[in-house]
Design a protein around this ligand. Structure first.
Ligand SMILES: [Zn+2]
Length: 162
């Protein structure tokens, strides 16, 4: 978890101006850190049940999120986690995780194992998902914490005036 907190800190340290006020603002920061374009788009073409997806291209990164997700910034934060934690982006197992409901994961793992994916790889994959989720939680917590601190500062300023 320390490495995850460290990566969130590194991202926030690179943010300029208002970028750190939102996940979507931090997309520009990630772009600068990686020195290549990163586009984030809503996509109605993701398979049913898939929240988001990172496509790790030769010269650019693309993140897609489904139109129905309740919190797009949280979904995008999860994908930024995969990017900054150095995960591969869009291997077949990742797609399975994102596509199928949790109760199907064991069956999917079983079937992937039958196709030559071993249990170690499966556990590794679960760890990648946990890490990306940890990154998203930490990032969203730090962003909303900063927002609260700002409004607390404004409130105390008001109190001084009053
Ligand atoms: Zn993921």
């Amino acid at each position: 978890m320390d490495r995850i907190v460290g990566e969130v800190s590194r991202l926030l340290a690179h943010a300029r101006g208002v970028e750190s006020a939102s996940v979507f603002g931090l997309v520009r920061t990630v772009e600068r850190m990686r020195g290549r374009p990163l586009t984030v788009k809503e996509s109605a073409e993701l398979p049913p049940g898939m929240f988001g997806l990172w496509r790790n291209g030769d010269d650019r990164d693309e993140v897609f999120y489904a139109p129905w997700v309740a919190a797009p910034d949280r979904t995008v934060a999860h994908e930024l986690g995969h990017i900054l934690l150095g995960h591969g982006g869009l291997p077949v197992e990742e797609a399975v995780r994102h596509t199928l409901p949790p109760e199907w994961h064991d069956m999917a793992s079983f079937m992937l194992r039958q196709c030559g994916h071993d249990a170690g790889a499966d556990e590794q994959l679960r760890q990648l998902e946990r890490d990306a989720e940890g990154f998203a939680s930490e990032l969203c917590r730090r962003i909303s914490g900063a927002g609260r601190a700002r409004s607390a500062r404004i409130r105390s300023h008001f109190n001084e005036i009053l």
